[in-house]
Design a binder for this molecule. Sequence first.
Ligand SMILES: O=P(O)(O)OC[C@H]1O[C@](O)(CO)[C@@H](O)[C@@H]1O
Ligand SMILES: [Mn+2]
Length: 446
Amino acid sequence: MAAVQSGVPPSLSAKVTGSFAYLTIRDRLPTILTKVIDTIHRNKNTFLEEHGEEGIEAEKQAIALLSKLRNELQTDKPVIELTDGLEDTDSWNEYLQRQQRLQGDQEPVSWFKSPWLYVECYMYRRIQEAVHLNPPISNFDVFNEGKTQSFYESQKAVMTLCTFLEDTQKNAEKLSPDQLSEHFSKLLQISLWGNKCDLSISAGQDNSQKISPIDALAGLQPYILVNDSGVVWSTLMSSRRAGESGESGVDRVDIVLDNAGFELVTDLVLADFLVSSGLARKIYFHGKSFPWFVSDVTANDFHWTIRQTMAANHKWMSKRGFQWQNYVKEGAWSYHDHPFWTQPHEFCDMAADAPDLYARLQQADLILFKGDLNYRKLTGDRTWEHTVAFSTALRGFGPAPLCSLRTLKANVQVGLQPGQGDKLTSKDPTWMTNGKYAVIQFYRPV
Ligand SMILES: O=P(O)(O)OC[C@H]1O[C@](O)(CO)[C@@H](O)[C@@H]1O
Ligand SMILES: [Mn+2]
């Protein structure tokens, strides 16, 4: 018999035929794998130039492993252990055992029968394994092309944002607290809607930002289903430092990043505003340690984006780029990765399974969790009723005051008013997955 955790609803899973999880595993994940195979194949000549015959052999082997993976997925084979001996291999294999125990002995853990969150994360870890097992190309980022393309295609919007930031800076001294809070709210919303631009929901299709993000905000307001930005603002204002030195603002804001491309720029602009207007002294960015969910930020993407912004042929954009580089040099900004961000755990497991990361997050005054996957992990990707409180769905996770900035791309949503979910379903049946809606959802640990 499968173990049932009392009071906690089951995980979303492809075992519900026709569900969004089912369609993702049946259609979108194989498409992503096919694109990865194609990308590796198209880079054959580069591998040959860089590594000679060994590069060609690596290309062949990696493609063979990925084709095998696609076949396992499409024929619902049991999930198998990782063999690549990386720092997180044991922990992935232990997690497989844990899933097997939860599921009971009757059926093996498999793509269409086990939790969607787990198997979807596992696919990205297996892609990493396929590349890693072929040393000459083990640092090849199979998603790099899409991420850089999304950055280039959003140039106009990025320029608009950098010009907006320049204007707020010019008048910074004259700003009333209300005006400062108004600017903050705009940049928070821009970072929120930046999350529309991920590449995994569109299986790698173009999803860049082409219109002015600031002009779009007013029209998007009705699509924000929960808007706790007022509490986020008061968290920044109720500084621990204020009492000590009369300074306003907080010491540290952590941003758990999601996607590279336009979304990352919106996060950097928000972080810049927080530091330059004295709302926060330091920003910790948390990113992924290997390519993940098609468009997620790695250390390489983070630094590349800053360099590209510096090199832009636009006065205010390149000025921001240089400012960002200075923040990094001076330590006001820092990039951190941790294997936990590329594991399948619900965040309520973090305190037990990654206590070092949990302790680090406890030092933050505010944590911003970007994107849909982080929301799925915050809520455990479970079939919660929409009216269940966010605090309930977090199941004890709460290292510091936290806020999810997320456009909805998976069918989990909590913290709604009674009747709000039903109304949305009758108006727009795909509201939870079409990326049109969003939440700014806050929680303060007691
Ligand atoms: O980049 P984000 O906002 O986390 O979105 C990624 C989302 O796309 C999907 O891959 C779509 O299935 C979800 O699994 C995931 O939550
Ligand atoms: Mn993502």
